[in-house]
Ligand binder design. Sequence first.
Ligand code: ADP
Length: 477
Amino acid sequence: MNVLIAAPEAVPYAKTGGLADVAGTLSVELIKARVQARLIMPLYRRVMDSFDVGEPAASVDVRIGGRVHRGNIYKYKSAYFIGCDEFFDRPELYGTPAGDYPDNARRFIFFSKAVLLAAKAMDFRPDIIHVHDWQAALVPLYLKAAARADSFFAGAKSVLTIHNLGYQGLFPPDVLPLAGLGWELFNPEAVEFYGKVNFLKAGIFGADIITTVSPTYAKEILTPEQGFGLEGFLKKRESLVKGVLNGIDCSTWNPAKDPYISCNFSAGKPDGKAECKKGLAARCGFTKNPGAPLISFIGRLSAQKGVDLIARAVPDIVAQGANILFLGKGDEAYQKALGELEGRHKGSVAVEIGFDEEFSHLIYAGSDIFLMPSRYEPCGLGQMIAMRYGTPVVARKTGGIADTVGDYMPLEGKGTGFLFEDASADGLKLAIKNALCAYRSGGWMDMVKSAMRMDFSWKRSVSRYIEIYKNLAGGSG
Ligand code: ADP
């Protein structure tokens, strides 16, 4: 079975969020499971700078409106990269903190069209094309057309994975002809969304199966609270919507072997974690009380992640004698607000603005408590990584968090985190209070060890995807 994974980002090449972990790891794990899998993604500047992708193996001409753009196809390991300097030779993937790149529609129409042309140019005949998020969501419709016109694609099926329904790729109607789609599709039963063209909706409309990244989120996206206006459209296709929980790359995220951390540790030998905490507290300048409980947050600085809730809880956290550290990048307003909190609570609050994978390892390893007060969380990788590094989480009970974190039960002393339901600063403060109380009473180490013993490996998710692919490919006769 040939599976082409089309994604706008993937580890180890380019990453802004969890989608990259999923796309990159899935393609590698599929190959381990003897599936012929290829990853295909844009050749961004940061990929060119860090990987020697060599000379183009082929090139394709992509028509967008009246213009033809040349795409160069590079092969590197089991990945294909589509290069086009005009679109992808930029410092960021999708935009700057000031906003999205204004030509994102063109950029990802180009990418989506080039996916099929590249598959053909590289003679990789897909049984399944598995596309991720709105940036690749036009591919299923293109595939349907190609399967009718070209025997190379006959019988090929598509899977769309929605990593975050909050990002849909909405553009004005004049994008439709650029995308090569007919006006008959510009209606609410197809790709129109309140007068705009909705790329993700096009994917939901065109894909043979729709998956999302946790069983709970698969139910939540069918509700008005979490459906972002697409709940009705999804509900009509409910039988096609499946939830497959993400895994984490347990070789990259392994406290027993992690090369970045100062002292390795495991559930059987947890002592090194204290050493990691010492180093982290020193690096963060937690001079007032270096040994105090160390609470951390890593993630995009956005409303989705509940950064504003944490910001409002900070004075309370400091008053309770804990230190708090943020690593993140995102909305300018949050970057500024966190900077101010750092200034106000010198020695107890540390803020690092940026995306720093290496530092994130030190934080997961050296923290006592990891915060994830997300308003919604399709799956969430942070909480799984934190637990693997023996860091219980304080998190909102939503999406994949509800599927992965065991809420602490004081009487039985069981659990791997502290969950709260109300998306408010008070809800978060209460959960933090409970966590700090448990931290300061006996039994915390048991929680640390049970968190480390949880299995978040990819094995289970990959076999679920293979089952989905096989059912689809079998269905085509
Ligand atoms: P998202 O909604 O952003 O995909 P996830 O929890 O699913 O959230 O995945 C986020 C991933 O990105 C985690 O692996 C997390 O460690 C990483 N990450 C997020 N922000 C940063 C950052 N500023 N620096 C380093 N890693 C980060």
